[in-house]
Design a protein around this ligand. Sequence first.
Ligand SMILES: C[S@@+](CC[C@H](N)C(=O)[O-])C[C@H]1O[C@@H](n2cnc3c(N)ncnc32)[C@H](O)[C@@H]1O
Length: 228
Amino acid sequence: MSPSPTRVHGYDRLVRLYDPLAALWSGGGIGACHRIVADRIQPGERVLFAGAGGGRDAVAAVRRGARASLLDTSPRMLAHARRRLERRAPGAAVELRQEDVRDHRPPTPPDVVVACFFLNVFHADEVKALLGRFHGWLSPGGRLLIADFAPLRGSGLHRHLQRLHHDLPMHTFAALTGNARHPIHELGAAVASAGFTRIERRGVRLGGRGPCWYEVIEAHRADAEVPA
Ligand SMILES: C[S@@+](CC[C@H](N)C(=O)[O-])C[C@H]1O[C@@H](n2cnc3c(N)ncnc32)[C@H](O)[C@@H]1O
């Protein structure tokens, strides 16, 4: 895989700012994405959170009875996630690993891989390679859950505004963390190319009533097909 522009501890300085900024910028849309993802997780599932950040998804998952592994390169994000888990889900089955997702080899295949607002950190070629890795990690019947910016749609002014809505935070985060700068990803198509099947996509509105500029994708490992 080509080397990443992401600096290892790029997100350390954003620990306290990330969640409020995401809530503000999306008018609650990003929070709605997280809630949809949490609702898809079943008790007892082994869930691996790629780029787990401050652990909000992991808290929701373990409170639903899942077993969570959190993977992140930022030690301060992981420390924040640990504190949050201790406070909001004491005694839960959780493992935290400070590791680059590209170096990770799960000791046990997860039932679910969650990538919330994580793939947007990378260039399209790395996204493609990561989706291939996620597919390889999953247990038979396993699922991938993604929340991220939705692909461009519509025409003229709408496309322009949607691009602006994506590019402004992307350039800000690129300057602060070393994230990749790239056009909006076509994640649905990339998930299909990586071999996932039964792909469901759900648009999520900016501010609850605005345009669907976010989406949640659920996809299954190819061998999860149920024979007719
Ligand atoms: C945009 S934040 C999203 C955090 C969280 N998933 C959420 O939705 O709140 C991206 C996270 O990915 C982590 N990250 C960036 N590059 C990574 C990599 N190569 N491997 C693992 N984590 C990485 C960052 O430290 C950061 O916590």
